[in-house]
Structure formats: structure tokens, C-alpha cells
Design a protein. Structure first.
Length: 289
């Protein structure tokens, strides 16, 4: 098949509507994929940072008793099997954390601020051993696991990851449908030309190759129009999130594997469009011609 035949097929088309549709779909697909990768990494980082971390709270009202119990708890838990680290949280740090709610009063030495001891646990059984050991020296103290406190956030991040994955799958399915519909429309629009080509001895595979080549060019154009703005927007949003200084939002990053995946996505998009176009046109020709 000559280049003149390809130009005939192209000239019969009204504009590059499919290229713009594919550009919009790829733009949204890249954003959804970036959101999914970022939330998945954030959920993993959150789980890793909270795994085995807990805080012992000694809230006895009497400051002298509270100080003695905190010292006894700290000494005791350091000897519990499975405790890899135990450290008292300085009162100044507690006052700083309570400052936004209590104002200058948070630094008052008479304010009954509970004593806190951060511990790192090597395994789940260590929590039960620490709880039993703390109960012996400070009956009113309690052990609070960090994972339970932020379980809702972890669930939200996981849900957002699943939603992003579903959106990406839906966009790929929609892209497949658009390519199939465009291919069938092209087949109907060029029915006379295709009949002439068949009369000259062209096979269905040769005709399909022409349509595949044309649609692949449209897909490449759409990928370029959609990928570059999407990647630029992802980079901009990543820089803004990183500049917020939030420990949690700072975990919403793509990392090198994520950027590689987003870079490969436009190429996979083009390959998918070309493959679907070829299968669709061969199937249509086999049914109708």
C-alpha cells in the first residue's frame, strides 16, 4: 500500500478529534495513576513508621507521684523483652505541642501534664508484656499504640489508592472503546475506498495495517498532547506538597519507580491504541466484507 492510499484515508477524516479525546483521557489517566502511586506510597510509609510504636501515658494528678511512676515505668520497660527503645518525652516538648491549645499556660510547671514515654516494640507480643509490666509499677498508666490512633487515615489512604486504580482501569477501558468506535467509523467512511482496494487484491490484513498506522499516529499525537501537561502538573503539585512541611503529606511522593511508571504510561497508551485498532478493523472486515 502506497503513501497516497494513506493520505486518502487521512483526507477523508474531519479533523483530529480522536487525538484530542485520547489526549484528554491520557491526561486524566496520568493524574489518576500519580494519585494512586502517591497515596499507596504514603500508606506504606505511614504503616512502616507506626509499626511497633506506642506511647505509655502516666496521668497521675500528683506531680511527685507522677514523676516517680514515670521513672519506674521507664526503668521497667527498658528491661522488657521485645522493647527496642524507650525514651521519656521532655516536658518542654509536651508544652510545645500543647501550646496552640493552651497558650502560654502550657509551660506552667503546675499544669498537670501527663508524663509520656515513647517505646518501640519488636513484635505484637511485646505490647502485652509492656502492659503487664507497667501495671505492676504504675496501675493507672496505659499503653497507646500509634497505629490504632491513625488507623482511619491509613484506611483512607488505602481507599484512595483503590479508587485511583479503578479510575485508571476505567480510563483504559474507555480508551479502548473510543479506539474501537473510531476504527468502525473510519471503516464505514471509507467503505468505497476499501472495496476498490479489495478489488485490486488488497487483503484484510493490509487494509487493517493502514488503519492501524493512521490511528497510531493519532494516538502518538494524543499521547504527546496529554502526557506533557499531565507530567508537568504532577511535578508542580509534588513540589507544592513537599514545600508544606507536613510529615504526612510529605509521604505522598512518587519516587523513582513511580516516575518511571508515569513515563512509560504514554507509550503503553499508544501500543494499546494500535493493538485495539488492528484487532477491531480485522474483526469488522471479517464480518462485513
Amino acid at each position: 500500500m502506497s503513501a497516497d492510499t494513506v493520505r486518502i484515508l487521512d483526507d477523508a477524516r474531519g479533523g483530529r478529534a480522536m487525538a484530542w479525546v485520547l489526549a484528554i483521557m491520557l491526561f486524566l489517566t496520568v493524574l489518576a495513576a500519580a494519585a494512586g502511586i502517591g497515596t499507596a506510597r504514603a500508606a506504606g510509609a505511614l504503616a512502616a513508621s507506626l509499626a511497633g510504636r506506642a506511647t505509655i501515658v502516666v496521668a497521675t494528678p500528683d506531680p511527685d507521684v507522677r514523676a516517680r511512676q514515670a521513672a519506674a515505668v521507664l526503668t521497667t520497660v527498658r528491661g522488657v523483652p521485645g522493647v527496642t527503645r524507650a525514651a521519656a518525652v521532655p516536658r518542654a516538648e509536651l508544652a510545645r505541642l500543647l501550646g496552640p491549645w493552651l497558650g502560654e499556660g502550657s509551660a506552667d510547671a503546675e499544669l498537670p501534664i501527663p508524663a509520656l514515654i515513647d517505646v518501640d516494640l519488636a513484635d505484637a507480643d511485646a505490647a502485652a508484656r509492656v502492659t503487664a509490666a507497667v501495671a505492676r509499677v504504675a496501675p493507672g498508666a496505659r499503653l497507646d499504640g500509634h497505629g490504632g490512633a491513625l488507623a482511619g487515615i491509613a484506611t483512607l489512604l488505602t481507599t484512595l489508592t483503590v479508587v485511583a486504580g479503578v479510575v485508571v482501569a476505567m480510563m483504559l477501558a474507555a480508551t479502548t472503546a473510543v479506539v474501537v468506535l473510531s476504527t468502525r467509523a473510519g471503516l464505514d467512511a471509507h467503505r468505497t475506498t476499501i472495496d476498490v482496494m479489495h478489488g485490486l487484491g488488497a487483503t484484510d490484513v493490509q487494509v487493517a495495517r493502514l488503519f492501524q498506522r493512521r490511528l497510531a499516529r493519532d494516538a502518538i499525537l494524543g499521547a504527546a498532547l496529554g502526557a506533557f501537561p499531565a507530567l508537568a502538573l504532577v511535578a508542580l503539585l509534588g513540589a507544592q506538597v513537599g514545600g508544606l512541611g507536613s510529615a504526612l503529606l510529605g509521604q505522598v511522593t512518587l519516587g523513582t519507580p513511580g516516575w518511571v511508571a508515569l513515563t512509560v504510561l504514554p507509550f503503553a497508551f499508544v501500543i494499546l491504541a494500535a493493538f485495539v485498532a488492528r484487532r477491531a478493523i480485522v474483526a469488522a472486515l471479517a464480518r462485513t466484507l
